[in-house]
Structures are given as C-alpha cells and as structure tokens.
Write a protein that binds this ligand. Structure first.
Ligand SMILES: *Cc1c(COP(=O)(O)O)cnc(C)c1O
Length: 490
C-alpha cells in the first residue's frame, strides 16, 4: 500500500491505509521464543468453544502500528492544537496537572471490585468532589453517577417522575423555551414526559408572564438553561421558581453553561430544584471523541430522597457505599460513575480554589465580549445584549457576496482552526456561534479575529477547505451511502 503524499502550506499530510490494508503475512510486533510446551488437541478438549479459523487480524510490525496511530492522531483537530471556538458546547484547554493526578498509579490502578478498606482514598475524593459541587451550586445534595450532560438531565427528570409517583400524581408536561438544547426534549421524552415549547422574548430571555400563561395543572417542571443557549443571562429565574413552587412543580436548570457563572452566583440561590453539570465542559476534563464524560446532578431538598445509589457517605472516620435508600431511583451507571473524569475535575477545582473558579467565569465573559467588539463590524450580530458568554453572529452582512455561514466555517479550516457551531440555535437563521472560553489568550483570539476578517474581505472564494488533505466532501453522499463495514475480500 503506497502513501500518497500531498504538500500543503500547512505541512505534509499522509494518506493512511487501514491496518488491514497494510497487513503482510508473517509481519509481527513481538518476538518470543518458540513454544516448548507440547501442543494439545484443543478442538477435542474445548469442542465448539474453540475457534476453527485464526482471527483475521492485521499482521504488522510495531513501528507500523505506532506510526499508524500517531499519524491518525494528527488528523483530528484538538484543543491542544489551537482555538476550538464551538458555541453552546464549552471546549476549553484541559490542564496537564489534572492528567498527571488522574494517571498516577494510586488512581489509575484502582479496580471497582476492590474491597472498601482499599478504596477509602477514592471514596474520599468522590465525597470531597460532591461537597465542593454542593458549595459551587448551592444545592442540597449532588450525585456524581451520570456520565454525560444528557444522562444527567435524564437522571434529574427521573427523580421528578419518582417524586410525582410518591405523591400519587402523574403530571406529564415540561415547559421548555425555544432556545433549549436538543438533549432537553430528548431526555424529557425518555423520562416519560411531554415537552411544551414556550417562546423566548425579543430580548433573548424568558419572561415570567410567558411561564405563568403556560402553567396548567399538568405542568410538573420548567426546564431552562442559564446562561441560556443564545449566550444571555436569564434575569427572571427567581420569579420562575416562585411560580413553580406555588404548584409544587420544579425548576430544572440545564447547567452546561456553568462556565460563565460559577463562583459568581449559585443556582440554588435563585430557586433551582435540579441542575446537571458537564464536568467535561466546565471542569476541564477531556471532551469529545465519544470518550467518557460526567454529568453530576444537583438537587434541592424535595428531591434528595430520590438520588441514585450507591451514595458515598461518611460513617465515623471511614467512608462507606450506602445502598439503603428506600425511595431512590436506583442505579443509572455501573459502579461509581466515571471516576477518572471525577478525579480530573476534582484536581481542577482544588488547583483553582473559589477565587480561581470565579476568575474562570469572568474571563470567559470578557473573552466573549472581546470577540463581539472585534467582529461586530465584520459579521452581523442578530441578537443584541450588553453581556454574554458566547456570541451568535450570522451571515446577513456577507451573504450578498455569496459568503454564507457554511462557507465561512469551512474557510476557517484553511486557517488551521476548528469551525464554530453553525446553524444553531435554530431561532437564529444561519447562526455562527462562538464560545471562546477563558483558556484562549489575546494572541489566539486575535488570530481568530484576523482569520474571520480576511475571509470576509476576500469574499466567496469557492469551495473550501483546500489547504487540507481531504478537500470539501460531498456531505449528502457521505450521509446517504454510509459505509461502515470493511470488506475483507477486496
Ligand atoms: C452540551 C450540552 C448538553 C448535553 O451534554 P452532553 O454531555 O453532551 O450530553 C445539554 N445542554 C446544553 C446547553 C449543552 O451545551
């Protein structure tokens, strides 16, 4: 199998065959002495359990394997390469300090079946992280079991369903604004609820009259995101909480955007009953690629009895796994949840302290406002608000010349940057959504600003990206003729 090299101005990118294509009979990565143990008749001994043909695994050398995966690792854009300006989904740098702690032998060699006497230190970390998150959120208690934001949403809503059952009620409607993240209605449906959409005001936030007007006897919960998915801070949350409490209903806050409020305000103080966090967003644990995440859920006192088990509790001077919770919704994840992710978040919180966490939010807001100031005479800003933590542009100012949202995003790839979120949220046509986060310094923000300025001033230059190995692909064909299976007989 030949390499096809292509020189680009970004360096040389190598076409990479699969390891199966690379396979050469007899090639191997290990060299061990010939076996001197007599062969047994395995198929006679093990019958059908014994494999009849050897597994069709690629035969390659060690250098081939190492180089193959090292080359592939450079094909994905990563936050370690440069700015990752996705809006809505906080993508920030993960300090190496967290990694060092999570990878230490004491942590990484732990096994979930280790006896409790051996896992006291791990339980201490889980307990301590729970206590820290309780303080950060101002919530009565927190469960660390869910393993993604969406999973946390489901867990929180399942607790509301359990609360309803405990009161012999069956209210099924959840109110959610038109700006909500797609996972909100999906989680609600999975937990057996029905979503009723309510409309965000012209000023980009939700109004108490809208909520009041939508309150029927079937409404059990209002599910909002704060700061919301168009980047604004909801101002009327306390009033929402009062409207809901009066009906023994719940205020759910999607806490995926906590990166812009932590250390400044606590959701528990403005009446939140349930909130999920995304440790892989706000608390700087690696994110994406389908890797493990963690979606802790904070609850107010009404929902504490329903938290998932097991709970790590302190009994005298030792920690125990507590399963005895009669009203619990049960388990939502095996063992403790994604412990490795928790350790990274715990290390992050400990290294920053409360002042550091507040500085994270403040700098995230400053960076978003900086981008807005630098780019608002280049791209249109359809929704105006004095304060934001992520910013939505659209192509209204550039479309006349043919430079639409998709083209701007694809051109950014030629500048060696990940494109922002496009065409989301749906309430803004052709949105380009950018959340720089606090981890980008001014030099990197300016590099992004200059790239956007250059793209806009050069207008529509046709298909992009062109400075990468794979030029613009036929997206419709890729979606319609999906090929996932490798053909061994090729
Ligand atoms: C990312 C995000 C989610 C979903 O979180 P996952 O960890 O990806 O499941 C939910 N709501 C909002 C607002 C988000 O940004």
């Amino acid at each position: 199998m030949e390499f096809m090299n292509k020189s680009t101005s970004n360096g040389v990118l190598l076409e990479e065959p699969t390891l199966f294509e690379r396979s050469r009979p007899g090639a191997r990565g290990t060299s061990i002495p010939t076996c001197d143990v007599p062969k047994i008749n395995a198929s006679a001994k093990f019958g059908n359990a014994f494999r009849k043909n050897t597994a069709r695994l690629p035969e390659v050398s060690e250098t081939e394997v190492v180089r193959h995966f090292s080359r592939l690792s450079t094909w994905n854009y990563a936050v370690d390469f440069g700015i990752f300006p996705l809006g809505s989904c906080t993508m920030k740098y993960n300090p190496r300090h967290n990694e060092e702690i999570a990878r230490s032998g004491e942590i990484s060699n732990a096994h979930p079946y280790d006896p409790e006497e051996w896992t006291q230190g791990h339980m201490a970390i889980i307990h301590d992280l729970t206590e820290d998150l309780k303080k950060i959120l101002g919530m009565e208690d927190v469960s660390l079991q869910a393993c993604a934001g969406a999973h946390g949403e489901y867990t929180g809503l399942a607790m509301i369903a359990a609360y309803e059952r405990s009161k012999n009620r069956n209210r099924r409607t959840i109110l959610a604004p038109d700006t909500s993240h797609g996972t909100n209605p999906a989680s609600a449906a999975m937990a057996g609820f029905r979503i009723q959409q309510i409309v965000t005001g012209e000023d980009g936030v939700l109004h108490p009259d809208t909520v009041r007007a939508a309150m029927t006897d079937d409404v059990v919960c209002l599910m909002i995101t704060n700061p919301n998915t168009i980047g604004f801070f909801e101002k009327n949350v306390k009033e929402f909480a009062e409207i809901l409490r009066a009906k023994d209903a719940f205020l759910y806050i999607d806490g995926a955007n906590l990166n812009a409020i932590m250390g400044i305000v606590r959701p528990g103080d403005f009446g939140c009953d349930v909130i999920q966090l995304n440790l892989h967003k706000t608390f700087s644990t690696p994110h994406g690629g389908g890797g493990p995440g963690s979606g802790p859920v904070g609850v107010s006192s009404r929902l504490v009895p329903f938290l998932p088990i097991p709970r790590v509790e302190k009994a005298g001077n030792k920690f125990v796994m507590q399963y005895n919770k009669p009203q619990t919704i049960g388990r939502v994840k095996a063992f403790f949840g994604n412990y490795g992710v928790m350790v990274r978040a715990w290390a992050y919180i400990k290294s920053l302290g409360s002042e550091g966490l507040r500085a994270v939010s403040e700098n995230a807001i400053i960076n978003a406002n900086y981008l807005k100031a630098k780019l608002s005479n280049v791209l249109a800003v359809p929704l105006q608000n004095a304060n934001l933590h992520e910013i939505i542009f659209n192509d209204n100012a550039t479309k006349v010349g043919g430079l639409d949202t998709t083209k701007i995003a694809k051109r950014l790839i030629d500048y060696g940057m990940h494109p922002p979120t496009m065409h989301f949220p749906l309430c803004v046509k052709n949105a380009i959504m950018v959340e720089p986060t606090e981890t980008e310094d001014r030099t990197e923000l300016d590099r992004f600003v200059n790239a956007v300025k250059e793209i806009v001033s050069s207008g529509d230059t046709g298909a992009a990206p062109v400075r990468v190995f794979r030029e613009k692909i036929d997206e419709a064909k890729a979606a319609r003729e999906l090929k996932l299976k490798y053909n061994f007989n090729r």
